[in-house]
Design a binder for this molecule. Structure first.
Ligand code: ADP
Ligand code: MG
Length: 366
């Protein structure tokens, strides 16, 4: 197992990158702690595979270094890095049996037959393929082949890190949940450093200790699922995490007041004039409440969705959408209404990035 350090790392697929836009992976400095389970989360094309492939050695970065336990491996081939990587689509030896496919990485390292047999059995149980061990991989479904790939990724106990690149894409939904649970228990058992790439927030939040959120080639936040929910450092995190995501209201912020459209609301803290062009106030739907207070922000209720444990109210203020989560059983006003925000849960963003208040919050949280 290893701590993985990304030092000044960046990558461009172009031969002569000139501007930041030319980089698929923008400059990044980070330590991936030994033994931690990370999810790398972001939409398609944001650079997740690029980063993972640099860590595994499939790709040479155009800038910076990568270290395993402080040893520079930037130019070391994949084999020397002692990692296991599982890809989005199955990579199996068709002419080999399921058992031989699973045993391959162990035999390759010269492990003895008794150990190999024991470990193959354990892994087959984890991926639910004990009945198929003697079948050739050829002719199996994509789903079954992908389980073999996963199993082969997990079979070695002595790897520096386990890297998964959207490994459950071709797996059916029920099995997805089960395999994710297996990966998590594998992590608890062996404490490998794991990096799990996904574009699915549920997968990321249930699997990982820490979630690394990427947006447009940049790591915008690294934190626990709770950090990402409580304090999104970038509007993308607020919007991408949560269901529905954080409300974003274009605002003019002055001191401890935010002007939203033609209405002014009090903020819980004072802000220096934001330097960015686009200033927004962000508040999650869970922290918006209906109020009778005439100082509340006027909204118009458009639609109510009952999703079981709570209702999602779709409203807007002068054309800007505001979602409100209300508890099951609570009444929802129709048409014109007013909303208030839980003060401690309001964040201010300038050009997408969270702005820190100049004065500490007053602590008048609801
Ligand atoms: P993700 O895995 O998050 O979907 P990728 O890391 O695959 O994203 O891609 C990041 C960006 O780099 C995308 O714009 C993609 O088109 C580009 N890219 C990926 N691989 C290559 C490549 N081999 N050559 C050129 N551009 C690439
Ligand atoms: Mg990818």
């Amino acid at each position: 197992m290893a701590k993985i350090t990304l030092d000044n790392l960046a990558h461009s697929y172009l031969p002569n990158p000139s501007s930041e836009d030319d980089y698929a992976l923008k400059e990044l400095n980070h330590d991936w702690a030994d033994g931690e389970a990370y999810a790398l989360l972001g939409s398609s094309g944001c650079g997740k595979s690029t980063l993972l492939n640099i860590i595994s050695g499939l790709l040479q970065p155009s800038q910076g270094r990568i270290l395993f336990n402080d040893r520079d491996v930037t130019h070391a081939p994949t084999a020397e890095r002692n990692i296991a990587q599982v890809f989005q689509f199955p990579v199996v030896y068709d002419t080999m049996t399921v058992a031989d496919n699973l045993a391959f990485p162990l035999r390759n390292r010269g492990r003895d037959a008794a150990y190999v047999a024991k470990r193959v059995q354990e892994i087959a149980a984890m991926i639910g393929m004990e009945e198929m061990l003697n079948r050739k991989a050829r002719g199996l479904t994509a789903d079954a082949k992908q389980k073999i790939s996963l199993g082969r990724g997990m079979v070695r106990e002595d790897v520096n890190a386990l890297l998964f690149d959207e490994p459950l894409t071709v797996i059916d939904p029920h099995m997805k949940w089960e395999l994710r649970t297996q990966l998590k228990s594998l992590h608890h058992e062996f404490g490998h450093t794991m990096i799990y790439v996904t574009h699915d927030q549920t997968e990321a939040l249930t699997f990982a200790d820490k979630v690394v959120v990427m947006y447009d080639g940049r790591v915008v936040q690294i934190g626990t699922p709770q950090d990402l929910f409580d304090t999104p450092e970038h509007t993308f995190v607020g919007y991408f995490i949560g269901s529905p995501g954080m409300n974003l209201l274009p605002a003019e912020v002055q001191g401890s007041e935010a002007r939203i459209g033609s209405h002014t609301i009090a903020l819980p803290a004072a802000y220096a004039p934001p330097v960015g062009k686009a200033v927004e106030m962000g508040v999650r739907p869970e922290f918006v409440t209906f109020t009778d207070d005439p100082a509340g922000l006027p909204v118009r209720v458009r639609r109510v969705e009952d999703v079981g444990r709570h209702k999602i109210v779709r409203a807007d203020h002068e054309g800007t959408a505001i979602n409100i989560v209300v508890p099951e059983g609570a009444s929802v006003p129709e048409g014109a209404a007013r909303v208030a925000f839980v003060p401690a849960r309001v964040n201010v963003y300038a050009d997408g990035w969270r702005v820190r208040p100049t004065e500490a919050p007053t602590g008048k949280a609801a």
